[in-house]
Structures are given as C-alpha cells and as structure tokens.
Ligand binder design. Structure first.
Ligand SMILES: [Zn+2]
Ligand SMILES: [Zn+2]
Length: 246
C-alpha cells in the first residue's frame, strides 16, 4: 500500500508536470538566436539557425591549419602537431551561441554543442583510442563568478555521447591569466605559459586524452596544456573546440 508520503509526492509530481506544461504553453521554448520556436527544450537553437553555421567537417592540424584527410595525425608537421576537431568557424552565429552559453547560463546550449561535436569526432575517435576527456579549466576566481565552466559542459556531453570518462579533476589553472582576446599571438603564448598544472599525474600516464575548450584562436592554450600533459607522461593528445577563429 502506498504511504501518505508517496501519495503526496506523486501529487506534487503531477502538479509540477502540469505547471511545466502550462509554462511551455505560455512560454514555448524559443531559439536563442532568432526567437522562433526551438526544436525542443534541450536544443535552444532552431534548425535554420544551426544551418547558418560554417561547420568544419574534418579535423585539422593546429600547427599548419591543414585538414587531416586520413588518420588522425598531421603528415606535414614533424614538430608538435595537434589534431583539433571544431564544430565550426567563429562567425556571428557561433559567437552568439558561445556568448549565450557563457553569460546567460544557458547550459543546454553547451550540451547541444557537445552533441554536435561528438558527431565530428565519432568518425575518427577509434583511431585516437581516447581514454579520457579533459575540459580546459577556469581559474577558481572565474569559476566562482560564473558558477560553471562552459568547456566542462561541452566536455561532459562529448564524454556521455562517446562513453569515455570526463576528468576535469586531472588539470587545474594555477595562475590567473590576462584575457587572451586583447593580446597578440606571441603575448598569448607568454600569458598562458606555466598557468596550468596536472593535478593527478598518475591518472594521465600513457593515456590518450581529448582536451575540450569553447574557442581556439592562436591555439596557445591548447598547445600549453598539451605540453604540460605530455611532460607528465600523457600519451596521445588531441583537442575539440566549439569554434575556431580563422
Ligand atoms: Zn533560430
Ligand atoms: Zn600540421
């Protein structure tokens, strides 16, 4: 026999569902970009706005920016090639999406980005034999101000879709850096140097790792994190980003 507690609980569930239905009726989920009805609650950008993205279908080399047609390693570069998967080019559409993800606390946008990125990675990830997904960490002060790390939202969705562990705990930002956007390419390299540390060295030993971030411009952050991971004994390292500045 159901207890009074469970009856009340189930009553609450029904009530909550009715309120949600009512809210959907009054405020149907709308596209974050154009304001037209969105496809669903967890996909906050409509199909026609997604179609505006300049998508990047193939992984590319962070060094020479050439697409990697076969396999997963750049054949042009002997030194420090890093394979990058990117959802698209950082144009107005992706800029709006990433801005909303960061500043309007619209986590479902991050999930949508992660799902789409997984599709790009899926074709090649078996070659990479990925062991773990690691989001680029935020400094504690910035994490505190924002409440969440947008790279981690994307990383968690990729990890869930590809069934690979997400390990935000293996890496930390140890020093607050200046905003990369205001710096020249050489300044960016200096700005991030020594700003990241591996916090669980035994966990990365010999492992194949995918680093995840929202945007890459010159690649300074991804290169620095790759350097730190490899110095700690990581195996293969690749990266996935929502947007690439070209
Ligand atoms: Zn739209
Ligand atoms: Zn290359």
């Amino acid at each position: 026999m159901a207890s009074i507690g469970t009856l009340i609980d189930s009553g609450r569930v029904v009530l909550r569902r009715q309120i949600n239905d009512l809210l959907d009726f009054v405020y149907p989920p709308v596209c974050g970009l154009c304001g037209r009805p969105a496809d669903s609650d967890d996909r906050l950008v409509c199909r026609s706005c997604w179609n505006l993205l300049t998508t990047i279908e193939e992984p590319f080399c962070l060094n020479c920016r050439e697409f990697i047609q076969t396999g997963t390693v750049c054949r042009n570069c002997d030194e420090n090639p890093l394979t990058v998967f990117s959802l698209g080019v950082y144009d107005d559409t992706l800029r709006s999406i990433i801005h909303d993800l960061k500043f309007s606390f619209l986590k479902p946008l991050g999930t949508t980005i992660g799902t789409q990125l997984s599709e790009t990675i899926r074709d090649r990830w078996q070659h990479l034999k990925l062991d773990m997904i690691v989001p680029v960490p935020l400094h504690d002060s910035r994490l505190y101000a924002r409440g969440f790390n947008q790279a981690e939202v994307i990383a968690r969705e990729i990890a869930r879709t590809l069934r690979i562990p997400c390990r935000p705990d293996v890496l930390a930002m140890t020093r607050r850096t200046r905003q990369q956007a205001r710096l020249t390419a050489p300044q960016r390299e200096i700005n991030v140097r020594g700003a990241y540390a591996v916090t669980a060295p035994e966990a990365v030993q010999g492992k194949s790792i995918l680093i995840v971030d929202d945007i890459t411009t010159t690649g300074a952050t991804l290169r620095e994190i790759t350097r730190v991971l490899k110095n700690t004994g990581a195996g293969r390292v690749a990266a996935a980003v929502a947007a690439t500045v070209v």
